[in-house]
Design a protein around this ligand. Structure first.
Ligand code: DGL
Length: 265
């Protein structure tokens, strides 16, 4: 099976890693829209336009399923993608929300995702009695992309972002941006041990595995790195180094121009 997935940057690699751990036979096409990162502070109209261009590009990539590895796009433009692509599209936010057991839940996400209240709405749909508090974290993505994940600055930011959630005595926290699992150890150090961190990629990868298992006979079994491909909309070399850092693979990353809808190298 060939899976298409995209994120604005390295965040989606946290989802990809969970997917390949669980489904080692999947082949994938990962697109990082690095030229337009961060998505999390863009307007809804911009995100809709990006989603439209990205799904247009994926139409020609011969994929069997699509995974939106960007919460911000999932929150705003999932329907745009679903309407455009003729393959199953996996929903990160609903997958995670359907598994919430705790009655007091915090969500850390980008400002654009928080504005939509997509997590609150999805969680309440599955369990209307849950108390949900969402916290936007505008500085996390730029700091993670600059690899400042151990700086004093990001620790101070994290303490500030977590404070309102802890005041509300939340029992679990959803990492509502695919970049945030990259700072799990930092968040764990700050949080009391009683607070559980939830990575939505876990449930999503499981769903994808179930889907793949149900279709096994339809898809050829290939080792994922053999014919998997990485693309970025700017600085492909830099993205390749990041993939090495986070996924321990050092792939060839091709530059792609979404506006022209063609590969330029
Ligand atoms: N990683 C993406 C998300 O899950 C977008 C982050 C960004 O570009 O701001 O929301």
């Amino acid at each position: 099976m060939r899976l298409g997935l995209f994120d604005s940057g390295v965040g989606g690699l946290t989802i990809l890693k969970k997917v390949v751990d669980l489904c080692p036979n999947v082949s994938f096409i990962y697109l990082a829209d690095t030229a337009r990162i961060p998505y999390g502070v863009k307007t809804s109209n911009e995100i809709i336009q990006f989603a439209d261009e990205i799904s247009e590009w994926f139409i020609s990539q011969n994929i069997d399923a699509f995974l939106v590895a960007c919460n911000t796009t999932n929150a705003i433009a999932l329907d745009v993608i679903k309407n455009k692509l003729d393959v199953p599209v996996f929903d990160l936010i609903r997958s995670a929300s359907s598994t919430i057991q705790e009655s007091r839940v915090g969500v850390l996400a980008t400002p654009t995702t928080v504005k939509t209240k997509a997590y609150t709405n999805a969680i309440l749909e599955f369990n209307p009695r849950t108390f949900v508090i969402e916290q936007s974290c505008p500085e996390f993505v730029p700091m993670i992309e600059m690899n400042k994940i151990n700086s004093d600055e990001i620790i101070d930011l994290a303490i500030g972002y977590l404070e309102p959630l802890l005041k509300q005595k939340i029992e679990s926290i959803i990492l509502g941006c695919s970049h945030y699992p990259l700072i799990t150890s930092l968040l764990t150090e700050i949080l009391p041990t009683s607070v559980k961190l939830i990575d939505p990629a876990q449930t999503l990868a499981l769903k994808l595995k179930l889907y793949m298992d149900s279709k096994t006979s339809n898809f050829s079994k290939k080792k994922y790195l053999v014919d998997s491909k990485f693309y970025a909309t700017s600085d492909p070399k830099d993205f390749s180094y990041r993939a090495k850092q986070w996924m321990n693979v050092f792939p060839e990353v091709k530059l792609v121009s979404l506006q022209k809808k063609r590969c330029v190298s």
